[in-house]
Ligand binder design. Structure first.
Ligand code: ATP
Length: 465
């Protein structure tokens, strides 16, 4: 079972402290969200899993953390200043403003049963291009319009990687193929943000640029599509809720030769199966476009430098063939927030207890669970039991996130942990004082097992990874 819709996750997320509406005490700020104590743990665990898989478990990828605000020329030469825009339409009837290619994601405020443009009273304008980059000014300026101080908040982390290509290459002494991985915030002034954390104006990306010989690009591209399809499933997301989508020629970004998106079934409630899917990530063959446009040497047909502002050449010299060329780039790009939403939707399960009551269980992979272990004393008025429970927690705490909770009856405490995805609960009872053992309850099966306190750490490490 998965969540029946995104709203189920919105309510769980708010109720249990995963995600809150941002600026709520001032009425909120459209489509901005804050991550609470459990949300930040889950997001961190997703990021750790990605980083470990790419940077630690392989031997060909370096990490990077580049600036959010860069020289404006980065966005001039990357093409974002002129092409990073969405088609915008206004409705003269309802005064709404919409993204032309995402009309099916919103409802007409005057006719909620229809999408904008569908009702005969809708009166959409011609589409015009709206640039998605957030503008800001750097340093003390005379006016906000001062062009010389204009800068942008990055709309993707990727460009920070391209402009550091030579730095990483020279300091790490890498040879092709190799990759650079980066996790960080990106900003897009989306025309129609929405669907909870699916589309927001501030979000986090995990991007990896894998530099290859041009002739190897198609095959390595396909390999990364397959590998990411597998990695997403390793997060506990089921294959039947994932779908590969090959972008058509007119959908491709200006830099891409081929792009395959991995879609997740974010909208299972929609009757039309085709409309249940939306993008979780994209895996693009960006060719040598980015390294070329940021380099000082390439020239146009008239022999003019295409980039007179760059001071470096981001080409690669191959010792074996004695040839110099611009590597191709394969880019798997995935959003932290969209991954978190997919992980929560896929882990969401309901189960009836022996009294016939419905309980929510978030069947997260233990590796991703915000809390790995809850320690629950069966008698909170018995000091020896409380002391032993706290000692167990303190002993385990440095190696895993554990909590102590005695604020309710045991049924309620179990339910609370099931709902936030804690894989194990440990109960300390009167017998524990005699036999030095505790009861471990499994979140998914609700089965219980007696384990010696001395064996606890090993047992949990084995089962929780
Ligand atoms: P979309 O078509 O949904 O606008 P995109 O194709 O423009 O997305 P990319 O530029 O490929 O997105 O960005 C890589 C990833 O970053 C996306 O697959 C998604 O996971 C995430 N992402 C992009 N835009 C947003 C956003 N506004 N809010 C949350 N995540 C986003």
């Amino acid at each position: 079972m998965t969540a029946p819709n995104i709203e189920t996750i919105v309510s769980l997320a708010k109720r249990r402290g995963f995600v809150f509406p941002a600026s709520e005490i001032y009425g909120g700020l459209g489509s901005s969200w804050d991550y609470g104590s459990l949300g930040v743990e889950l997001a961190n665990n997703i990021k750790k899993s990605w980083w470990r898989w790419l940077v630690y478990e392989r031997d060909d990828i370096e990490g990077l953390d580049s600036s959010i605000i860069q020289n404006r020329n980065v966005w001039k030469y990357s093409g974002h200043e002129t092409t990073f825009s969405d088609p915008l339409v206004d409705c003269r009837a309802c005064k709404g403003r919409y993204r032309l290619d995402k009309l099916q994601d919103v409802q007409c405020p005057n006719h909620p049963e229809a999408h904008p443009g569908e009702d005969k009273e809708c009166d959409l304008t011609e589409a015009r291009e709206f640039n998605l980059m957030f503008r800001t000014t750097v340093g003390a300026v005379s006016t906000d319009e001062d062009e010389s101080a204009l800068a942008y908040l990055r709309p993707e982390t990727a460009q920070g990687i391209f402009i550091n290509f030579a730095n990483v290459l020279n300091t790490s002494r890498r040879k092709l193929p190799f990759g650079i991985a980066q996790i960080g915030k990106a900003f897009r002034n989306e025309v129609t943000p929405g669907n909870f954390i699916f589309r927001t104006r501030e979000f986090e990306q995990m991007e990896m640029e894998y530099f290859v010989r041009p002739e190897d690009a198609p095959q390595i591209h396909q390999q990364w599509i397959d590998d990411f399809h597998g990695w997403i499933q390793s997060l506990g997301i089921s294959a039947e809720n994932l779908k590969l989508y090959e972008q058509s020629a007119d959908e491709l970004a200006h830099y891409a030769e081929r792009t395959v998106d991995i879609l997740y079934r974010y909208f299972p409630e929609r009757a039309d199966e085709e409309k249940q899917w939306d993008e979780l990530m994209g895996i693009a063959n960006r060719t040598d476009y980015d390294l070329r446009v940021h380099s000082k040497k390439p020239e146009d047909a008239e022999g003019k430098r295409i980039n007179p502002d760059s001071t470096d050449d981001l080409s690669y010299f191959d010792e074996a063939t004695k040839q110099r060329f611009y590597p191709y780039v394969i880019e798997p790009a995935i959003g932290v927030n969209r991954t978190l939403l997919a992980v929560m939707m896929d882990a969401y399960t309901e189960k009836s207890n022996e009294k016939g009551e419905t309980r929510v269980i978030l069947k997260l992979k233990p590796e991703l669970s915000p809390i790995k272990l809850a320690i629950l004393p069966l008698a909170k008025n018995k000091p020896e039991i409380v002391e032993l429970a706290r000692k167990i927690k303190n002993d385990l705490q440095p190696s895993m996130r554990a909590v102590y909770d005695d604020t309710g009856g045991i049924g309620k405490l179990y339910a609370r942990q099931d709902e936030i995805g804690t894989p194990f609960c440990v109960t300390v009872d009167h017998e524990s004082l005699e036999d030095n053992a505790v009861t471990i309850r499994d979140r998914d099966t609700w089965e219980q097992e007696r384990v010696a306190i001395g064996q606890l750490k090993e047992y949990l490490h084995k089962r929780a990874g």
